[in-house]
Structures are given as C-alpha cells and as structure tokens.
Design a protein around this ligand. Structure first.
Ligand SMILES: Cc1cc2nc3c(=O)[nH]c(=O)nc-3n(C[C@H](O)[C@H](O)[C@H](O)COP(=O)(O)OP(=O)(O)OC[C@H]3O[C@@H](n4cnc5c(N)ncnc54)[C@H](O)[C@@H]3O)c2cc1C
Length: 409
C-alpha cells in the first residue's frame, strides 16, 4: 500500500478521464490517472474512422437516449458545446473545424493529434499517469477510497512478465472506465460493476450504433456496394443516409442510425433505395430507354453491375428478356420498397456505443454519485447514449469537464 493520499484518482484514460485529468491538473490537485491499455485515449484513436468526430455544434438531449432528459438538458444548458470546444481549442491546442450536420473535427482530421494534445498537456502539467495498470477493485474506508490494481505486460514482454499488485488511497474517485463496446481496444463493463458494488442500479447495456446481420434476402452478392437509403420509423422519424451492403448484411451510416433508434433486433423493415432519385424520375428514365434493349443492358448501364445482377435475380426476371414497362415497374417497386427481414445487431465487438449503464438519475448535475459522496461517474458508464455525429465524445468530454470543475477539497 502506498501511504500518500491522492486528492482524486481517475480510473480510465479515455475521453472522459483525459479531460478530467486536464481540468484537475489545472486546479493543482494531486491526481492520478490509471489506464489498463499501453496508450492513453485508445478508443479516441478509433473514432470517426480515425478522423475523430470530436463534438457537434447542435447539442440537445433529443440526440440522446437516457433515463433523465431534464437533467441532460440542464447539463447541456450550463455547459454548451462552445465551452467544451473552446477548452479543446484554447487549453489543449487542438484546432477544430465544423463540417456537415454540425459535426466538429480536428483540423488535422487525425484522432492521433487529439490524443497527442492530451498527452502533451498532461506532461506539461506533470500529471501522474499509470499505463498498463488494471484496477481490480475499489473500497471505501472512512471516507477514503482504496484502489487495488495490478500491472499488465506490454505486448512484447508477455512471456516472462510477473504482474505486481498495488493499492493506493484517494479522497475522491472518478469512474471513467467507458462501456463494453469494442472489447478488443479496452471496452469493458468494469465501471458498471464497481457502480453496482456501491449501490447503483444498472440498466443492462445493449450495443448500439452497429451493423446488422440480415437473414433475408442474402445480400452477400452486394458486398461493398453503397447507395442512399431512406426509411420511416413508427414514430414518423425519417432516417436517410448511405447504406453499405456487406457479405453478412448492412452497415454504413444508415444501418448505424437504424440500430440507434431500433435496437438489437428488427423483424422486418422496408427501405427506399437510391432515395435521392424519385420513383417518378426513375420510371420516366426507364420508359425513355430505346424499346429493343434487353433487361441486363438497361440495368447494367444504370446500376453497379453487381446490383443489376442482384435485381434481376431478386425480381425473378430473366436478364436476357426484353426490357418493357412491366419489367420497369417490378424493378422500381423492389428498389423503392426493399424489404429486409431477420435483422440482428452485430454485438459489442462492432457496436460504437451502448444503451444502458448507471441511470443518469442516480448522479447529481455535477455527476457525483447519489449513493456515495466523493465518487463521480462519467462518460459511457452512465446511461446516456448519443447518436452518430460526435455526440458520444461530446458527452464524455462534457461529463468529465463538469464533474471536475465542481470538485472542491
Ligand atoms: C469504432 C468507434 C468509433 C467511434 N466514433 C465516434 C465518433 O466519431 N464520435 C463520437 O462522438 N463517438 C464515437 N465513438 C464513441 C466514443 O468513442 C465513446 O463514446 C467515448 O470514447 C466514451 O468515452 P469514455 O471516456 O466514457 O470511455 P473510453 O473512451 O472507452 O475510455 C475508458 C477507458 O477506461 C479504461 N479502463 C476500463 N476499465 C479499466 C480498469 N479496470 N482499469 C484501468 N483502466 C480501465 C479503458 O481501457 C479505456 O481506455 C466511437 C466508438 C467506437 C468504438
């Protein structure tokens, strides 16, 4: 057991933990940041396909799923996106740009530069960071938290490595362990387990923002094809974005958004494909083609050849037959009312985030646990799930920032 007592121990050097360490370092608190990966910000490095969609200028609770919307609104109105983005710009030195739909990216378009900026800032402030250290347990004794952790091997030293166990003490603790998605880069439900031990309820986590396996039709012949897709959900909400067909089913922004709204399983869904071209325009175009063309000649000059072959098989039309208005109607009907059935989400290995976790209602507006004074719960450990577009990183940054701004000793 180390005898010194830290002011604050942060468990997890992801988006939430890193901004927490920065805010606390500026306040001059004696802080320790503990991370089980060999690098800080490992999940940040994978975000936005490596470009890191850091935040969004249109922040509101309506882009999130949570159990406590009024609280989320209060948090966002007291700490708007401008505050977080200017902290990222001015303190960390990350220049950002706003792109379509309010999405904010680093101007470098590289997640690596975001992680570098945190690293440089924390080194300048001489913040204490332990990497390759996995927290195993947390206890509270007379208002002091005791954190037990073990050292982990670097990937090059696995063979002869002997792990050591340590315990440290801290007056306050921040649970910033993230959620279970992408276990291959550190995703875990450890933070939720600790919260449960300290009396919190856990809403069972479900992986969202994930591709889907599709039972019918077999889409493997379309692997790699992208097109615009649109669907109307039961509440009237319209999803329209790019769909990517894969050998197992569907992916791309359209599928990811579908999983955000509809969850893990969808029995059947009807999608309008090539949604930027209206049914009428497509029909007029087909009917203007010369009369003596064969089905495959019309389809292959209009669509990706793989999609053309798929369509004639799916509509049970011989590609060598003559193209006419009844063929056109059948093809257009299948494109504009494309039915998929037996959709199942790909699970945590592919899910960018999760629904569920510690209810937001069980922490204060400054993210302090209502069950345990001195314990703060932030980021993906909480039941706050944002849609794609920078909303999840934004929440992780906001929760860490707000929690640490409020911490007094
Ligand atoms: C592929 C992918 C792409 C994404 N793209 C975007 C995007 O572009 N924009 C966006 O807004 N969101 C995106 N997200 C979601 C976003 O990355 C997360 O919501 C965000 O990183 C959550 O931050 P966090 O601090 O709560 O958790 P994390 O960033 O996951 O950090 C938690 C850290 O805690 C560590 N940890 C866990 N348990 C322990 C332990 N016992 N001991 C020590 N350390 C521990 C983990 O190793 C991890 O480093 C993406 C996610 C994925 C997987």
């Amino acid at each position: 057991m180390r005898t010194e007592i830290y002011d604050v121990a942060i468990i997890g050097a992801g988006a939430g933990g890193l901004i927490s360490a920065c805010v606390l370092a500026e306040k001059g608190f004696k802080t320790i940041l503990i991370e089980k990966n060999s690098k800080i910000g490992r999940k940040i490095l994978s975000t936005g396909a490596g470009k890191c969609n850091i935040s969004n200028s249109n922040i509101s609770s309506r882009f999130y799923i949570t159990d406590d919307y009024p609280k989320l609104d209060r948090i966002f109105s007291s700490c708007g996106p401008e505050k977080i983005v200017s902290y990222i710009n001015d303190k960390l030195g990350i220049m950002t740009v706003e792109k379509e739909k309010g999405k904010i990216f680093p101007v470098s378009q590289k997640a690596e530069s975001v992680v570098n900026a945190f690293d440089i800032f924390l080194k300048t402030k001489k913040a204490e960071i332990l990497k390759l250290c996995e927290v195993l347990d947390i206890e509270k004794k007379s208002d002091i938290f005791e954190i037990g952790f073990k050292t982990l091997p670097h990937q090059y030293e696995k063979k002869d490595f002997v792990s050591k166990k340590y315990r440290i003490k801290s007056k306050k603790i921040i649970i910033a362990c993230g959620g279970p998605s992408y276990p291959q880069i550190g995703g875990t439900d450890f933070g939720m387990k600790i919260a449960r031990k300290f009396g919190h309820r856990i809403i069972p986590p479900v992986g969202v923002i994930t591709p889907f396996k599709v039972l019918k039709p077999d889409l493997s012949a379309l692997n790699g094809i992208r097109m615009n897709a649109k669907t109307k959900l039961f509440d009237g909400k319209i999803i329209e974005d790019e769909i990517l067909f894969t050998d197992y089913g569907i992916s791309g922004p359209f599928a990811l958004e579908l999983s955000f709204y509809l969850g893990e399983k969808i029995d059947e869904i009807t999608i309008e494909l090539i949604s930027e071209v209206s049914e009428k325009k497509m029909k007029d175009f087909f009917l203007n083609r010369p009369k003596n063309l064969k089905v495959f000649e019309v389809l292959k000059s209009m669509f990706d050849p793989k999609f053309a072959d798929f369509l004639s098989e799916y509509c049970e039309i011989n590609p060598d037959f003559q193209f006419d208005s009844s063929v056109a109607s059948s093809i257009i009907d299948k494109i504009k009312n494309f039915k998929l059935s037996g959709l199942s989400a790909m699970g945590f290995d592919y899910a960018m985030t999760k629904k569920g976790g510690v209810p937001l209602a069980e922490v204060s507006d400054s993210f302090e646990s209502k069950k345990n004074k001195g314990m703060y719960i932030i980021g993906e450990v909480l039941n706050v799930c944002g849609k794609t577009g920078g909303y999840n990183l934004h929440f992780a940054f906001t929760s860490g920032y707000v929690a640490c701004e409020s911490i007094d000793l």
